[in-house]
Design a protein around this ligand. Sequence first.
Ligand SMILES: Nc1nc2c(c(=O)[nH]1)N[C@H]1C(S)=C(S)[C@@H](COP(=O)(O)OP(=O)(O)OC[C@H]3O[C@@H](n4cnc5c(N)ncnc54)[C@H](O)[C@@H]3O)O[C@H]1N2
Ligand code: MOO
Length: 398
Amino acid sequence: MALMPVKDARQRLLAGVAPAEVETVLLDQATGRTLATDLAAKRSQPPFPASAMDGYAVRAADLTDLSATLTVIGEASAGHGFTGSLGPLQAVRIFTGAPMPDGADTVLIQENAERQGDKVVALQGEPKGRFVRPLGLDFLEGEVLLKAGRLLDERALSLAAAMNHASVPARRKPKIAILATGDELVAPGKEPGSDQIVASNAIGLAAIVRMAGGEPVDLGIAPDDLPEIRRRIGWASDADVVTLLGGASVGEHDFTQQALVAEGFELDFWKIAMRPGKPLMSGRMDGRVALGLPGNPVASLVCARLFLLPLIKTLLGQADVEPESEAAILGADLAANDQREDYLRARLERRGDAWIAKPFETQDSSMLALMSAADCLVIREAHAPAAKAGDVCRIIRF
Ligand SMILES: Nc1nc2c(c(=O)[nH]1)N[C@H]1C(S)=C(S)[C@@H](COP(=O)(O)OP(=O)(O)OC[C@H]3O[C@@H](n4cnc5c(N)ncnc54)[C@H](O)[C@@H]3O)O[C@H]1N2
Ligand code: MOO
């Protein structure tokens, strides 16, 4: 049976997924959230023509004759404007950020002025408007500066504050329930039995969810037992996405699919043309998504990056949800590929202007140490012909 191509599977997973609801979030709580609606400036910045330097507010025309002496009639500093008006051959001592006094059009910086008592002499002329920031130089009231779908990072949040928003409309954090399955699993820090290993996938998944702006909901570890897996899926009735780890393959202890269907999810796809990640599965119920990730730890993390991450971004209403890839130079020969699109763990090295991606010789999907040592994934398309070191390839950086 032909396996479903990775791109088709992702398209199907994301089709019809609506963004989560909007909530109002205080700016200092909004880091990493996603803006839900366009945001317009409530004020102009600067709200007045302002000095960009420390010096003297003057009229440029008065500096054409350098023998002229100007009289200092007052002072303007940030937060304390000069209330009067400046006439010919007058100057106001001014500091960075202060409003320009009426009548002044130029700032003479103090390095280019000689002050004696209440008099000041210019050491050089200045063009009109020098060192003056016009009203609205940064932005004008009413301008839409942040678009819906924008990730609220330090730049967006500073701008929202400058626009005089104390809070922003943001998408609710999508709830991503995570259930590990397998008789062999014990939680990190516990003593595994002789046939057991430590469960690692849920920890990595939760990290990806948090970094993407979602809220992980830990459903713990279920044994390979259908009723218990179903019971735990039931705990997640308010989750946007239910993620099951392991049990996705064809073995007699693989219950993921059965459990999801028994809980009312309609299976959308199962098995894709991807390595690692072949047994990936997705289902739907009333707008909620179920994702069955393969148990092999590397497969689980690669699938999370390629499927869960775009899903969370879609739930957050972000625009560019597809995994970002870039060109690099292959650092090793590779054999022709089969029908599964391959995501090879690789090291990245800078050589001159180019990035060289060297896949590890071993690509077993159980090997977390190599996964954590990798800088990127090299993408090998399905049926790609053999490639040589020095060929161009595409990579996804970590
Ligand atoms: N006959 C076939 N066998 C397998 C196929 C196949 O097509 N035909 N596919 C293989 C591929 S590819 C993968 S990937 C695995 C995935 O199988 P499952 O999703 O059913 O995963 P499990 O069997 O439950 O576990 C696989 C492996 O991963 C370990 N594991 C599971 N959960 C965790 C966890 N939370 N943390 C750490 N490690 C975990 C588990 O102990 C197993 O070693 O199937 C192949 N088989
Ligand atoms: O595709 Mo599995 O994910 O080879 O390990």
